[in-house]
Design a protein. Structure first.
Length: 410
C-alpha cells in the first residue's frame, strides 16, 4: 500500500472552509481545480495576519513595519526557490501568474534576441497563455512559430521532434501537464533535446506545480512559469523561474519604482534580476500567502498528493467509461488530475449548467485551448479536475449526475 493511503484526507479536507457549503440545496462538489484551487485556512489566516499586523510597502521604508514586510516578502522568494529546487532566490521573479511570466519572457527576451528566421517551437496543446504572447512577439520580430503535433491519444508526436528542433529554434516553450488532456509531457527529455541544439526551454508548470514533485534543476529547464492560485495559494501572485545567467541577459520589461539603482531625467540604471523585473509595488501579501501555501503543501508532500490525485483520476476515468455516449480525451494514467470528456447529446456549456444546478462545479468550453479543440474537431469539452481534498464519493455523485444528463439531453 502506498503511504498516501494512510493519510487522513478527510481531515485535510476540513482545512478548506469553502468546501463546507450547499450549492442549490446540494453539497458543493468542486471539480474546477485546474482553473483555480481552493485555499486552506493556513493561507487565509496568513493573509489576514499580514494585513492585521505587518502591512507596509517593501524595500523603501526605514520603519519597523516596512522591515517586517520586506523580510517576509524576501523570505517568500527563498521559500519558492527551495520549493522548486532553484539554485538561489535570485532566480525567482514574482509576477501576477503564469500568463504574466510568459509574457515577460516573450516580450523582454524575445524582443532582444529574436530575429527574422529564428523559430520559437511550441506544441499544439499549449494554453493560450503560452501561445498568444509568442504570436505577438513573432509578429514584431519576424520570428516564426512551429508546433509539435498532438497524437490522437493526446500525447506529443515525439517522432516529429528531430525535424522540428532545428538550429533555427531559439526557444522551446511547452507545458508540463496539458490542462485539457491531462497529458504529462516528458519534460526532462524535451529540455535535453533542446539543449543539445542550443535552444532555451521554458516550461509552463501551471498544472503540475501543486500536484507533483517539481525540481527545475532535475527537469533541466532554463525558464519556468507558474501561478500561486493553482496550488492552494492566493490569486494575483505567480513566479517566473530563470537560470541566473539567462535572467541577467534579459532587459527590463516594465519601468518604474523598485527596479532602478539610479535615475536621471534622461537615463536609468537598473538593479540586477530579479528586482529589475519587479517594477512598482509588488503583490506583497500574495507572495507571503504563496509561501504559506508551499508550507502547507509540503506538510502533506507532493508525492502523496500525486498518488491521491491519481487514485481519484483513475477512478473517475473508469467510472465515466460506464456512461454510454460519453467519450474521454487524453492518454491513460499516469496523467494529470483531470478528465476531459464529450457527451454526444449535450454541448459542454449545457452539460456544465446541468451539473451546476445539482451543486457540481465542472468547466465546459475550450479551456483556453482553441487550437487543440480544433485539432480534435470539437467545439469544446467538459472537464472535471481534482485536488487532494476531493473524494471518491464525489466522483460517484458526478457519475450519477452525468447519467441523469444522458436521459435529460436524449
Ligand atoms: N498554462 C496552463 C497549462 C493553464 O492551465 C493555465 C490556466 O488555466 C495557464 C497557463 C494560465 O494561468 P494564469 O491564468 O494563472 O496565468
Amino acid at each position: 500500500m502506498h503511504k498516501s493511503a494512510l493519510i487522513d484526507w478527510e481531515k485535510i479536507r476540513a482545512d478548506f472552509p469553502i468546501l463546507d457549503q450547499q450549492v442549490r440545496d446540494q453539497p458543493l462538489i468542486y471539480f474546477d481545480n485546474a482553473a483555480t484551487t481552493q485555499k486552506p485556512r493556513a493561507v487565509i489566516e496568513t493573509l489576514r495576519n499580514y494585513y492585521e499586523h505587518d502591512n507596509a510597502n517593501v524595500h523603501r521604508g526605514l520603519h519597523e513595519l516596512s522591515s517586517r514586510a520586506t523580510e517576509a516578502y524576501e523570505r517568500s522568494r527563498q521559500r519558492v526557490a527551495e520549493f522548486i529546487g532553484a539554485e538561489s532566490e535570485e532566480e525567482i521573479v514574482f509576477t501576477r501568474g503564469t500568463t504574466e511570466s510568459i509574457n515577460l519572457v516573450a516580450q523582454a527576451w524575445g524582443g532582444k534576441f529574436l530575429r527574422p528566421g529564428n523559430v520559437v517551437l511550441l506544441t499544439e496543446m499549449e494554453h493560450h497563455s503560452n501561445l498568444v504572447p509568442w504570436q505577438l512577439i513573432a509578429e514584431k520580430t519576424g520570428a516564426e512559430l512551429r508546433f509539435v503535433p498532438v497524437r490522437d491519444d493526446g500525447t506529443l508526436a515525439l517522432e516529429k521532434l528531430s525535424s522540428l528542433l532545428t538550429k533555427e529554434v531559439k526557444m522551446f516553450a511547452f507545458t508540463h501537464i496539458s490542462n485539457s488532456l491531462g497529458t504529462i509531457n516528458p519534460v526532462t527529455e524535451l529540455c535535453a533535446r533542446a539543449r543539445a541544439i542550443g535552444a532555451l526551454t521554458l516550461v509552463d508548470l501551471a498544472q503540475s506545480i501543486g500536484h507533483i514533485p517539481v525540481n527545475v534543476r532535475e527537469l533541466g529547464c532554463d525558464l519556468a512559469a507558474f501561478s500561486g492560485h493553482k496550488m492552494a495559494g492566493p490569486t494575483g501572485i505567480g513566479v517566473l523561474y530563470g537560470r541566473r545567467e539567462i535572467l541577467e541577459a534579459i532587459p527590463p520589461w516594465q519601468g518604474g519604482g523598485e527596479m532602478i539603482t539610479s535615475v536621471t531625467l534622461q537615463k536609468t540604471t537598473f538593479k540586477r534580476s530579479p528586482h529589475r523585473f519587479e517594477a512598482g509595488t509588488p503583490d506583497i501579501a500574495g507572495a507571503i500567502g504563496l509561501a504559506a501555501a508551499i508550507d502547507y503543501l509540503e506538510r502533506i508532500g507532493r508525492a502523496d498528493i500525486f498518488q491521491h490525485d491519481s487514485r481519484l483520476t483513475s477512478y473517475a476515468m473508469e467510472r465515466l467509461t460506464e456512461i454510454p455516449s460519453l467519450r474521454l480525451l487524453g492518454p491513460p494514467a499516469p496523467r494529470g488530475a483531470l478528465v476531459g470528456f464529450v457527451m454526444a447529446a449535450a454541448h459542454p456549456h449545457d452539460l456544465t449548467t446541468f451539473a451546476d444546478q445539482r451543486g457540481l462545479a465542472l468547466r465546459g468550453g475550450h479551456h483556453c485551448n482553441q487550437p487543440l479543440m480544433r485539432r480534435f474537431g470539437l467545439p469544446g469539452t467538459t472537464r472535471a479536475s481534482f485536488y487532494f481534498y476531493n473524494t471518491l464519493e464525489e466522483i460517484d455523485r458526478m457519475v450519477e449526475i452525468l447519467r441523469d444528463a444522458v436521459h435529460f439531453f436524449a
